[in-house]
Design a protein around this ligand. Structure first.
Ligand SMILES: Cc1cc2nc3c(=O)[nH]c(=O)nc-3n(C[C@H](O)[C@H](O)[C@H](O)COP(=O)(O)OP(=O)(O)OC[C@H]3O[C@@H](n4cnc5c(N)ncnc54)[C@H](O)[C@@H]3O)c2cc1C
Length: 429
Protein backbone atom coordinates (compact mmCIF):
# COMPACT_ATOMS: atom_id res chain seq x y z
CA UNK A 1 0.00 0.00 0.00
CA UNK A 2 1.39 3.38 -1.03
CA UNK A 3 1.08 5.74 1.95
CA UNK A 4 1.42 8.97 -0.02
CA UNK A 5 -1.41 11.52 -0.13
CA UNK A 6 -2.32 12.25 -3.75
CA UNK A 7 -2.96 15.89 -2.83
CA UNK A 8 0.76 16.31 -2.07
CA UNK A 9 2.75 16.59 -5.27
CA UNK A 10 6.34 15.41 -5.30
CA UNK A 11 8.50 18.40 -4.55
CA UNK A 12 10.42 19.38 -7.66
CA UNK A 13 13.57 21.42 -7.39
CA UNK A 14 12.68 24.19 -9.76
CA UNK A 15 15.69 26.42 -9.65
CA UNK A 16 19.40 26.23 -10.22
CA UNK A 17 21.41 27.95 -7.47
CA UNK A 18 24.67 29.33 -8.81
CA UNK A 19 26.24 29.53 -5.34
CA UNK A 20 25.69 25.81 -4.75
CA UNK A 21 27.05 24.58 -8.07
CA UNK A 22 30.44 22.95 -7.47
CA UNK A 23 31.32 23.32 -11.15
CA UNK A 24 30.82 27.04 -10.83
CA UNK A 25 32.92 27.32 -7.68
CA UNK A 26 36.31 29.02 -8.22
CA UNK A 27 37.88 26.97 -5.39
CA UNK A 28 37.98 23.80 -7.53
CA UNK A 29 40.75 23.19 -10.06
CA UNK A 30 40.07 22.16 -13.65
CA UNK A 31 41.12 18.58 -12.81
CA UNK A 32 38.77 18.41 -9.84
CA UNK A 33 35.93 19.76 -11.97
CA UNK A 34 36.70 17.13 -14.59
CA UNK A 35 36.49 14.43 -11.92
CA UNK A 36 33.21 15.90 -10.63
CA UNK A 37 31.73 16.04 -14.12
CA UNK A 38 32.64 12.36 -14.68
CA UNK A 39 30.98 11.37 -11.42
CA UNK A 40 27.88 13.48 -12.17
CA UNK A 41 27.44 11.72 -15.48
CA UNK A 42 27.94 8.29 -13.93
CA UNK A 43 25.46 9.06 -11.14
CA UNK A 44 22.79 10.36 -13.53
CA UNK A 45 23.16 7.44 -15.93
CA UNK A 46 23.81 4.53 -13.59
CA UNK A 47 22.85 5.33 -10.02
CA UNK A 48 19.92 7.74 -9.98
CA UNK A 49 17.40 5.05 -10.85
CA UNK A 50 18.44 2.96 -7.81
CA UNK A 51 18.24 5.99 -5.53
CA UNK A 52 14.68 6.63 -6.73
CA UNK A 53 13.63 3.03 -6.17
CA UNK A 54 15.08 3.12 -2.64
CA UNK A 55 13.06 6.25 -1.88
CA UNK A 56 9.85 4.82 -3.37
CA UNK A 57 10.16 1.64 -1.30
CA UNK A 58 9.93 3.73 1.88
CA UNK A 59 6.27 4.47 1.11
CA UNK A 60 5.21 0.83 0.81
CA UNK A 61 3.73 0.18 4.24
CA UNK A 62 2.98 -3.47 5.05
CA UNK A 63 5.40 -4.75 2.42
CA UNK A 64 8.70 -6.50 3.19
CA UNK A 65 10.95 -3.90 1.64
CA UNK A 66 14.15 -4.87 3.44
CA UNK A 67 15.06 -7.74 1.10
CA UNK A 68 14.55 -5.54 -1.96
CA UNK A 69 16.65 -2.78 -0.47
CA UNK A 70 19.48 -5.15 0.48
CA UNK A 71 19.94 -6.17 -3.12
CA UNK A 72 19.82 -2.63 -4.46
CA UNK A 73 22.33 -1.38 -1.89
CA UNK A 74 24.78 -4.24 -2.52
CA UNK A 75 24.58 -3.69 -6.28
CA UNK A 76 24.98 0.03 -5.82
CA UNK A 77 28.40 -0.48 -4.17
CA UNK A 78 29.43 -2.79 -7.01
CA UNK A 79 28.49 -0.14 -9.55
CA UNK A 80 30.51 2.43 -7.64
CA UNK A 81 33.51 0.08 -7.55
CA UNK A 82 33.44 -0.44 -11.33
CA UNK A 83 34.71 3.11 -11.75
CA UNK A 84 36.81 3.34 -8.59
CA UNK A 85 34.15 5.35 -6.73
CA UNK A 86 33.73 2.92 -3.79
CA UNK A 87 37.11 2.97 -2.11
CA UNK A 88 39.87 5.32 -3.18
CA UNK A 89 42.54 3.68 -1.02
CA UNK A 90 44.24 1.80 -3.89
CA UNK A 91 44.78 3.26 -7.35
CA UNK A 92 44.50 0.63 -10.06
CA UNK A 93 45.02 3.37 -12.62
CA UNK A 94 46.52 6.86 -12.74
CA UNK A 95 44.37 9.68 -11.33
CA UNK A 96 44.78 13.40 -11.70
CA UNK A 97 43.11 14.11 -8.37
CA UNK A 98 44.49 12.64 -5.12
CA UNK A 99 42.84 9.79 -3.17
CA UNK A 100 41.54 11.76 -0.22
CA UNK A 101 40.20 14.59 -2.38
CA UNK A 102 38.44 12.05 -4.63
CA UNK A 103 36.95 10.35 -1.60
CA UNK A 104 35.61 13.70 -0.35
CA UNK A 105 34.24 14.77 -3.75
CA UNK A 106 32.33 11.50 -4.16
CA UNK A 107 30.86 11.94 -0.66
CA UNK A 108 29.86 15.53 -1.42
CA UNK A 109 27.98 14.56 -4.56
CA UNK A 110 26.38 11.34 -3.29
CA UNK A 111 24.93 13.25 -0.34
CA UNK A 112 24.26 16.62 -1.92
CA UNK A 113 23.10 15.67 -5.38
CA UNK A 114 23.69 18.24 -8.12
CA UNK A 115 22.07 20.28 -10.82
CA UNK A 116 22.52 18.40 -14.09
CA UNK A 117 23.57 20.55 -17.02
CA UNK A 118 22.61 17.64 -19.32
CA UNK A 119 18.99 17.38 -18.29
CA UNK A 120 18.53 20.78 -16.61
CA UNK A 121 17.21 19.38 -13.36
CA UNK A 122 18.36 18.49 -9.87
CA UNK A 123 19.54 14.93 -9.17
CA UNK A 124 18.85 14.05 -5.54
CA UNK A 125 21.54 12.71 -3.18
CA UNK A 126 21.19 10.16 -0.36
CA UNK A 127 23.37 10.37 2.76
CA UNK A 128 22.47 6.88 3.96
CA UNK A 129 23.87 5.28 0.81
CA UNK A 130 27.04 7.29 1.24
CA UNK A 131 27.24 6.00 4.85
CA UNK A 132 27.39 2.48 3.43
CA UNK A 133 30.10 3.54 0.99
CA UNK A 134 32.07 5.18 3.82
CA UNK A 135 31.77 2.13 6.09
CA UNK A 136 32.91 -0.34 3.42
CA UNK A 137 35.19 1.77 1.25
CA UNK A 138 36.96 3.73 3.98
CA UNK A 139 36.33 2.47 7.53
CA UNK A 140 37.03 -1.11 6.45
CA UNK A 141 39.49 -0.58 3.57
CA UNK A 142 41.78 2.04 5.09
CA UNK A 143 42.82 0.18 8.26
CA UNK A 144 43.14 -3.08 6.33
CA UNK A 145 45.35 -1.29 3.81
CA UNK A 146 47.42 0.11 6.70
CA UNK A 147 48.22 -3.20 8.40
CA UNK A 148 47.38 -6.15 6.14
CA UNK A 149 50.17 -8.49 5.07
CA UNK A 150 50.40 -9.65 1.44
CA UNK A 151 48.07 -12.62 2.00
CA UNK A 152 45.44 -10.51 3.80
CA UNK A 153 45.63 -7.78 1.15
CA UNK A 154 45.09 -10.19 -1.73
CA UNK A 155 42.29 -12.06 -0.03
CA UNK A 156 40.44 -9.38 1.90
CA UNK A 157 41.27 -5.96 0.48
CA UNK A 158 41.75 -6.11 -3.29
CA UNK A 159 38.39 -7.87 -3.95
CA UNK A 160 36.54 -5.34 -1.78
CA UNK A 161 38.09 -2.32 -3.54
CA UNK A 162 37.84 -3.83 -7.03
CA UNK A 163 34.42 -5.44 -6.90
CA UNK A 164 32.64 -3.32 -4.26
CA UNK A 165 31.93 -6.13 -1.77
CA UNK A 166 29.98 -4.95 1.24
CA UNK A 167 32.26 -4.45 4.23
CA UNK A 168 32.01 -3.00 7.73
CA UNK A 169 34.01 -1.78 10.69
CA UNK A 170 32.87 -3.05 14.09
CA UNK A 171 34.05 -0.97 17.04
CA UNK A 172 31.01 0.17 19.04
CA UNK A 173 29.54 -2.04 21.79
CA UNK A 174 26.68 -1.63 24.26
CA UNK A 175 29.10 -0.43 26.97
CA UNK A 176 31.77 1.02 24.70
CA UNK A 177 30.34 3.91 22.67
CA UNK A 178 32.34 7.13 22.78
CA UNK A 179 34.75 5.36 25.12
CA UNK A 180 36.06 2.71 22.75
CA UNK A 181 38.93 1.80 25.05
CA UNK A 182 36.21 -0.08 27.04
CA UNK A 183 35.75 -2.64 24.26
CA UNK A 184 34.94 -6.00 25.87
CA UNK A 185 34.47 -8.36 22.90
CA UNK A 186 36.92 -11.23 23.49
CA UNK A 187 39.35 -12.40 20.84
CA UNK A 188 40.67 -15.56 22.44
CA UNK A 189 43.79 -16.85 20.63
CA UNK A 190 43.85 -20.66 20.58
CA UNK A 191 46.44 -22.27 18.29
CA UNK A 192 45.71 -21.29 14.71
CA UNK A 193 42.22 -20.03 15.68
CA UNK A 194 40.82 -16.94 17.37
CA UNK A 195 37.49 -17.42 19.14
CA UNK A 196 35.28 -14.31 19.18
CA UNK A 197 32.73 -13.73 21.93
CA UNK A 198 30.73 -10.55 22.39
CA UNK A 199 28.33 -8.08 20.77
CA UNK A 200 28.64 -5.04 18.55
CA UNK A 201 26.10 -2.26 18.07
CA UNK A 202 25.33 0.38 15.41
CA UNK A 203 27.49 -1.30 12.77
CA UNK A 204 26.77 0.24 9.36
CA UNK A 205 26.46 -2.51 6.69
CA UNK A 206 26.87 -5.14 9.44
CA UNK A 207 24.07 -7.42 8.22
CA UNK A 208 25.14 -7.14 4.58
CA UNK A 209 28.89 -7.35 4.95
CA UNK A 210 31.04 -10.02 3.32
CA UNK A 211 34.00 -8.85 5.39
CA UNK A 212 34.16 -7.06 8.72
CA UNK A 213 37.11 -5.61 10.57
CA UNK A 214 36.31 -6.62 14.13
CA UNK A 215 38.00 -4.97 17.11
CA UNK A 216 38.26 -6.83 20.41
CA UNK A 217 40.44 -7.71 23.37
CA UNK A 218 43.23 -10.23 22.89
CA UNK A 219 44.56 -12.62 25.53
CA UNK A 220 47.31 -10.11 26.38
CA UNK A 221 44.62 -7.58 27.39
CA UNK A 222 45.47 -5.20 24.55
CA UNK A 223 43.08 -4.39 21.71
CA UNK A 224 43.45 -6.06 18.34
CA UNK A 225 41.75 -6.08 14.94
CA UNK A 226 40.82 -9.18 12.96
CA UNK A 227 39.17 -9.62 9.58
CA UNK A 228 35.96 -11.64 9.68
CA UNK A 229 34.89 -13.43 6.52
CA UNK A 230 31.15 -13.70 7.19
CA UNK A 231 30.81 -16.46 4.54
CA UNK A 232 27.94 -14.49 2.97
CA UNK A 233 26.46 -13.92 6.46
CA UNK A 234 26.27 -17.68 7.08
CA UNK A 235 29.26 -17.89 9.43
CA UNK A 236 28.56 -20.34 12.25
CA UNK A 237 27.53 -18.77 15.58
CA UNK A 238 27.45 -15.29 14.07
CA UNK A 239 24.18 -13.32 14.03
CA UNK A 240 23.35 -9.96 12.54
CA UNK A 241 20.14 -7.97 12.70
CA UNK A 242 18.99 -4.49 11.82
CA UNK A 243 18.76 -1.61 14.29
CA UNK A 244 15.76 0.48 13.30
CA UNK A 245 16.79 4.13 13.08
CA UNK A 246 15.05 7.41 12.32
CA UNK A 247 16.67 8.55 9.10
CA UNK A 248 19.64 6.84 7.44
CA UNK A 249 17.05 4.55 5.87
CA UNK A 250 19.42 2.68 3.58
CA UNK A 251 22.52 2.37 5.77
CA UNK A 252 21.59 -1.01 7.33
CA UNK A 253 22.87 -0.09 10.78
CA UNK A 254 23.14 -3.43 12.61
CA UNK A 255 23.65 -5.33 15.83
CA UNK A 256 26.13 -8.20 15.64
CA UNK A 257 26.45 -11.17 17.99
CA UNK A 258 29.55 -13.37 18.15
CA UNK A 259 28.89 -16.46 20.20
CA UNK A 260 32.03 -18.65 20.12
CA UNK A 261 32.73 -17.74 16.50
CA UNK A 262 35.85 -19.48 15.14
CA UNK A 263 38.08 -17.17 13.12
CA UNK A 264 41.41 -17.93 11.49
CA UNK A 265 44.42 -16.49 13.27
CA UNK A 266 45.96 -15.69 9.88
CA UNK A 267 43.28 -12.97 9.62
CA UNK A 268 44.56 -11.11 12.68
CA UNK A 269 46.10 -7.76 11.76
CA UNK A 270 49.55 -6.92 13.04
CA UNK A 271 49.72 -4.19 15.69
CA UNK A 272 47.66 -2.45 18.30
CA UNK A 273 43.87 -2.23 17.81
CA UNK A 274 43.61 1.39 18.99
CA UNK A 275 46.35 2.45 16.57
CA UNK A 276 44.57 0.61 13.73
CA UNK A 277 41.22 2.24 14.60
CA UNK A 278 42.69 5.73 14.90
CA UNK A 279 44.88 5.50 11.82
CA UNK A 280 42.09 6.36 9.41
CA UNK A 281 40.53 9.00 11.64
CA UNK A 282 41.61 12.17 9.82
CA UNK A 283 40.38 10.91 6.46
CA UNK A 284 37.15 9.65 8.02
CA UNK A 285 36.52 13.07 9.60
CA UNK A 286 37.15 14.83 6.31
CA UNK A 287 34.85 12.49 4.37
CA UNK A 288 32.11 12.96 6.99
CA UNK A 289 32.64 16.72 6.65
CA UNK A 290 32.15 16.35 2.89
CA UNK A 291 28.98 14.33 3.52
CA UNK A 292 27.64 17.00 5.84
CA UNK A 293 28.44 19.81 3.40
CA UNK A 294 26.73 17.78 0.65
CA UNK A 295 23.71 17.34 2.89
CA UNK A 296 23.56 21.12 3.48
CA UNK A 297 23.59 21.65 -0.29
CA UNK A 298 20.69 19.25 -0.65
CA UNK A 299 18.66 20.80 2.18
CA UNK A 300 19.28 24.26 0.74
CA UNK A 301 18.01 23.22 -2.70
CA UNK A 302 14.80 21.98 -1.08
CA UNK A 303 14.33 25.02 1.23
CA UNK A 304 14.97 27.38 -1.66
CA UNK A 305 12.53 25.68 -4.03
CA UNK A 306 9.81 25.34 -1.42
CA UNK A 307 10.17 29.01 -0.49
CA UNK A 308 9.83 29.94 -4.16
CA UNK A 309 6.82 27.73 -4.78
CA UNK A 310 4.67 27.91 -1.65
CA UNK A 311 2.33 30.83 -1.14
CA UNK A 312 0.73 31.85 2.17
CA UNK A 313 -0.92 35.15 3.18
CA UNK A 314 -0.91 36.16 -0.52
CA UNK A 315 2.89 36.05 -0.75
CA UNK A 316 5.43 33.46 -1.77
CA UNK A 317 7.36 32.31 1.29
CA UNK A 318 10.65 33.72 0.00
CA UNK A 319 9.17 37.20 0.27
CA UNK A 320 9.42 36.92 4.05
CA UNK A 321 12.84 37.79 5.44
CA UNK A 322 12.48 35.30 8.25
CA UNK A 323 12.40 32.53 5.63
CA UNK A 324 15.12 34.00 3.37
CA UNK A 325 17.75 34.83 5.98
CA UNK A 326 18.58 31.33 7.26
CA UNK A 327 18.81 30.05 3.69
CA UNK A 328 21.25 32.81 2.72
CA UNK A 329 23.29 32.32 5.90
CA UNK A 330 23.53 28.57 5.40
CA UNK A 331 24.66 29.01 1.79
CA UNK A 332 27.41 31.35 2.99
CA UNK A 333 28.57 28.90 5.68
CA UNK A 334 28.44 25.95 3.29
CA UNK A 335 30.86 27.64 0.91
CA UNK A 336 33.26 28.61 3.68
CA UNK A 337 33.39 25.01 4.92
CA UNK A 338 33.79 23.72 1.40
CA UNK A 339 36.93 25.77 0.90
CA UNK A 340 38.39 24.58 4.22
CA UNK A 341 37.60 20.97 3.35
CA UNK A 342 39.21 21.04 -0.05
CA UNK A 343 42.35 22.68 1.32
CA UNK A 344 42.74 19.96 3.94
CA UNK A 345 42.19 17.07 1.52
CA UNK A 346 44.60 18.52 -1.03
CA UNK A 347 47.23 19.00 1.65
CA UNK A 348 46.98 15.34 2.73
CA UNK A 349 47.15 14.20 -0.88
CA UNK A 350 50.26 16.29 -1.41
CA UNK A 351 51.89 15.32 1.90
CA UNK A 352 50.37 12.01 3.12
CA UNK A 353 52.29 12.31 6.40
CA UNK A 354 50.04 15.31 7.20
CA UNK A 355 47.25 12.78 7.92
CA UNK A 356 49.19 11.66 11.02
CA UNK A 357 49.74 15.18 12.28
CA UNK A 358 47.96 15.94 15.55
CA UNK A 359 47.10 19.41 14.33
CA UNK A 360 45.50 18.05 11.15
CA UNK A 361 43.55 15.48 13.18
CA UNK A 362 42.32 18.23 15.46
CA UNK A 363 41.40 20.59 12.63
CA UNK A 364 39.58 17.89 10.70
CA UNK A 365 37.72 17.06 13.91
CA UNK A 366 36.74 20.75 14.22
CA UNK A 367 35.56 20.77 10.61
CA UNK A 368 33.58 17.59 11.12
CA UNK A 369 31.83 19.07 14.17
CA UNK A 370 31.00 22.38 12.48
CA UNK A 371 29.83 20.86 9.18
CA UNK A 372 27.58 18.25 10.78
CA UNK A 373 26.14 20.91 13.09
CA UNK A 374 25.43 23.02 9.98
CA UNK A 375 23.78 20.02 8.31
CA UNK A 376 21.69 19.62 11.48
CA UNK A 377 20.79 23.33 11.44
CA UNK A 378 19.94 23.26 7.71
CA UNK A 379 17.60 20.34 8.40
CA UNK A 380 15.91 22.27 11.20
CA UNK A 381 15.55 25.32 8.96
CA UNK A 382 14.09 23.17 6.19
CA UNK A 383 11.73 21.59 8.71
CA UNK A 384 10.48 25.06 9.73
CA UNK A 385 10.22 26.30 6.15
CA UNK A 386 8.14 23.33 5.07
CA UNK A 387 5.68 23.51 7.93
CA UNK A 388 3.41 20.47 8.41
CA UNK A 389 4.58 18.79 5.22
CA UNK A 390 8.06 18.26 6.65
CA UNK A 391 6.47 16.08 9.30
CA UNK A 392 5.05 13.65 6.75
CA UNK A 393 7.06 10.69 5.53
CA UNK A 394 6.15 11.72 2.03
CA UNK A 395 8.44 14.73 2.19
CA UNK A 396 10.72 13.66 5.02
CA UNK A 397 11.95 10.68 2.95
CA UNK A 398 12.41 12.70 -0.20
CA UNK A 399 14.63 15.22 1.55
CA UNK A 400 16.32 12.77 3.96
CA UNK A 401 15.29 15.14 6.71
CA UNK A 402 16.57 13.13 9.65
CA UNK A 403 19.89 11.94 8.25
CA UNK A 404 21.81 14.84 9.75
CA UNK A 405 20.29 14.08 13.17
CA UNK A 406 22.02 10.69 13.11
CA UNK A 407 25.33 12.06 12.06
CA UNK A 408 26.08 14.30 14.97
CA UNK A 409 27.07 10.96 16.55
CA UNK A 410 28.99 9.30 13.75
CA UNK A 411 32.76 9.06 14.13
CA UNK A 412 32.74 10.14 17.79
CA UNK A 413 30.16 12.25 19.57
CA UNK A 414 30.40 16.01 19.38
CA UNK A 415 30.25 16.60 23.13
CA UNK A 416 33.20 14.27 23.67
CA UNK A 417 35.24 15.86 20.92
CA UNK A 418 34.29 19.39 21.92
CA UNK A 419 35.13 18.70 25.56
CA UNK A 420 38.54 17.25 24.68
CA UNK A 421 39.27 20.16 22.34
CA UNK A 422 38.37 22.85 24.88
CA UNK A 423 40.44 21.11 27.58
CA UNK A 424 43.48 21.22 25.32
CA UNK A 425 43.17 24.98 24.88
CA UNK A 426 43.55 25.44 28.64
CA UNK A 427 46.49 23.06 29.13
CA UNK A 428 49.22 24.89 30.98
CA UNK A 429 52.00 22.29 30.90
C1 LIG B 1 23.95 6.01 12.01
C2 LIG B 1 25.10 5.48 12.83
C3 LIG B 1 26.05 4.67 12.23
C4 LIG B 1 27.12 4.16 12.97
N1 LIG B 1 28.02 3.32 12.36
C5 LIG B 1 29.01 2.73 13.10
C6 LIG B 1 29.89 1.76 12.50
O1 LIG B 1 29.83 1.48 11.31
N2 LIG B 1 30.81 1.15 13.30
C7 LIG B 1 30.93 1.43 14.61
O2 LIG B 1 31.78 0.84 15.27
N3 LIG B 1 30.09 2.34 15.22
C8 LIG B 1 29.14 2.99 14.48
N4 LIG B 1 28.28 3.92 15.08
C9 LIG B 1 28.39 4.17 16.51
C10 LIG B 1 28.92 5.56 16.86
O3 LIG B 1 30.30 5.62 16.61
C11 LIG B 1 28.53 5.81 18.32
O4 LIG B 1 27.13 6.03 18.34
C12 LIG B 1 29.24 6.97 18.93
O5 LIG B 1 30.60 6.67 19.09
C13 LIG B 1 28.63 7.38 20.28
O6 LIG B 1 28.51 6.30 21.17
P1 LIG B 1 27.13 6.04 21.97
O7 LIG B 1 26.01 6.08 20.99
O8 LIG B 1 27.29 4.81 22.80
O9 LIG B 1 26.96 7.31 22.93
P2 LIG B 1 27.60 7.50 24.43
O10 LIG B 1 29.06 7.23 24.36
O11 LIG B 1 26.77 6.76 25.42
O12 LIG B 1 27.37 9.05 24.65
C14 LIG B 1 26.08 9.61 25.05
C15 LIG B 1 26.24 11.13 25.13
O13 LIG B 1 27.21 11.46 26.16
C16 LIG B 1 28.24 12.26 25.62
N5 LIG B 1 29.54 11.91 26.23
C17 LIG B 1 30.08 10.66 26.35
N6 LIG B 1 31.30 10.74 26.91
C18 LIG B 1 31.55 12.07 27.13
C19 LIG B 1 32.67 12.82 27.64
N7 LIG B 1 33.80 12.22 28.04
N8 LIG B 1 32.58 14.17 27.68
C20 LIG B 1 31.45 14.81 27.25
N9 LIG B 1 30.37 14.17 26.76
C21 LIG B 1 30.43 12.82 26.69
C22 LIG B 1 28.22 11.93 24.13
O14 LIG B 1 28.73 13.00 23.33
C23 LIG B 1 26.77 11.71 23.83
O15 LIG B 1 26.12 12.92 23.59
C24 LIG B 1 27.22 4.47 14.35
C25 LIG B 1 26.27 5.30 14.95
C26 LIG B 1 25.21 5.80 14.21
C27 LIG B 1 24.20 6.68 14.90
Amino acid sequence: MDTRLPEFPKMEISNYITQLDLLNNPIFTTKEKKFLTGFYEYMEENLEKDLKILEELNYMAEEPIQEKKKEIVANFMKKLAEKGYYSTVIDFEEHEVGNVTRNALIALVLCGGFWSQNSDRYINGNWSIEMGRLAGGTLYCNPVNYKANEFQREKYLIPVVKFGLMAASAMTEFNAGSDIARIELKLDEKGDKVIANGKKLFITNGMLAENIILYGRLNSGRLGGIIVDTEHQQLKNFESSRVRTYGMNDAFVSRLVFNDVELLKENLLEGDGLDIMFHQLTEERLVISAEAIGDCIKKLFFSHSFALQREQFKHKLHQYQIIRFPIAENIRQTNLFLSALINYTREIDKHPQAASSKMMASQSMGLKIQTSELAFQSSIDLFRTMGGRAFTEQYCNQVGLLDAYCMIHGGGSHYVLGDAESRRFFKTK
